[in-house]
Design a binder for this molecule. Structure first.
Ligand SMILES: Cc1ncc(COP(=O)(O)O)c(C=O)c1O
Length: 374
């Protein structure tokens, strides 16, 4: 099996650990290990202190699967499989799809949500939003369905646009999928990062018998370094196939990460609330900045998630803009080319504490360009 490079991850690899400022990260700042331990209960600390570093259960530590279940309406740990988020995406597509199948995915998208499907040689259609306000239309989705459609891939809260569905829309999608007997893989990596008046959606696994929910500790919790993700589904036979496929990849999970993930899941608010506060305050900083310049032209504040996708009023490409920006200011941004999306956009990530400082540097740079002194 051959697969194209993951452009966004390769671009990050080039700049993430050398650029002075990261303006496009989708995760929130990583919490320190001590913060997790300080928030843990006595029993959890015992698990940590007595931890043995042998192999672990392929499906995930049963205590971790219990801790995950409390955030869903399903009630058996057999409905849960733990692995890294990217691995679960990769495995799910490979378990569900054959080359003769057709799949539909959101676009723009985190590249693995399209690329893994392409690597299986399936036909793939893109469900695109209105680029004025990033809303998605369920009628457009229904029109993409074909006789051989096997899978719809969703990602709400949406990376990169910050778009979200209404409950009504999600119910419509479930009805469409049920009518055509189609699986829904719902990448819910930004679950619970919900802003202002937005109403939180239920995970797809709670709504649909052929729904598969993906979530993990990277975004909502600010714990990307744990590399913990999980699938939850009513379809236990699908999950058993995922576990069998995993034998060819990680086999089982990192034992320390599993215990730390239990602590985080049992104490979600200690992680989520500071992240939401930071994201909201950074959105306010960005709104004010956008009003005072003319390079960024269409800022749609995210309804959910930690990112937005803003249009650039520039002559060169978004990639050229990002390359020049990182060279001249040390600010790394991800251009739309990394999402294989037409037009000139960059992703803005609101999850970092130094966001106001980055915006001050960007503001200074844009003013310098405007005055022709660069
Ligand atoms: C939509 C989406 N799905 C999956 C992932 C993968 O998560 P992780 O980086 O924790 O493997 C990401 C990461 O950016 C993402 O944005």
């Amino acid at each position: 099996m051959k697969i194209n490079d993951f452009k966004l991850e390769r671009y990050f690899a080039q700049h993430e650990f050398t650029a002075k400022y990261l303006l496009s990260s989708s995760d929130c700042d990583g919490y320190e290990l001590n913060y997790i331990l300080e928030n843990a209960s006595k029993e959890e600390l015992k698990l940590w202190e007595n931890l043995k570093l042998g192999y672990t259960e392929s499906e995930g530590n049963p205590l971790l699967r219990e801790a995950i279940l409390q955030h869903y309406n399903l009630n058996s740990i057999e409905n849960v499989v733990v692995a890294t988020p990217g691995e679960l995406n990769f495995i799910s597509m490979n378990v569900l799809l054959n080359a003769t199948d057709h799949a539909i995915t959101v676009s723009p998208c985190y590249q693995s949500l399209s690329e893994v499907v392409k690597s299986i040689h399936c036909e793939l259609s893109f469900w695109k939003p209105n680029s004025e306000d990033w809303t998605f239309n369920t009628e457009d989705l229904e029109q993409l369905i074909q006789r051989n459609t096997k899978l719809i891939i969703l990602n709400f809260p949406h990376n990169p646009t910050g778009s979200y569905l209404t409950k009504h829309q999600l119910n419509e999608i479930v009805a469409i999928a049920r009518k055509h007997d189609i699986y829904i893989f719902s990448d819910e990596m930004y679950h619970k990062l919900i802003h202002e008046d937005t109403e939180e959606l239920q995970p797809i696994c709670d709504l649909y018998e052929k729904g598969i929910s993906l979530w993990g500790t990277s975004k909502t919790f600010g714990l990307a370094g744990l590399r913990t993700g999980w699938l939850v589904s009513q379809d236990k036979s699908f999950l058993q196939k995922v576990v069998a496929f995993k034998d060819y990849l990680s086999i089982c999970n990192s034992a320390p990460s599993e215990i730390l993930s239990i602590m985080a899941l049992n104490n979600i608010n200690a992680f989520l609330e500071p992240n939401l506060k930071k994201i909201n305050s950074n959105i306010a900083v960005f709104s004010e900045f956008v009003d005072q310049q003319n390079v960024i032209t269409n800022f749609v504040p995210p309804k959910a998630g930690s990112t937005s996708f803003v249009q650039l009023n520039i002559d060169n490409s978004a990639l050229e803009f990002s390359n020049t920006l990182v060279k001249e200011t040390g600010i790394m941004t991800v251009p739309s080319e990394m999402f294989e999306y037409e037009g000139k956009y960059i992703r803005i990530g609101f999850g970092r504490a130094n966001f106001p400082e980055i915006i001050a540097v960007l503001d200074h740079y844009l003013k310098k360009i405007r005055n022709g002194s660069n």
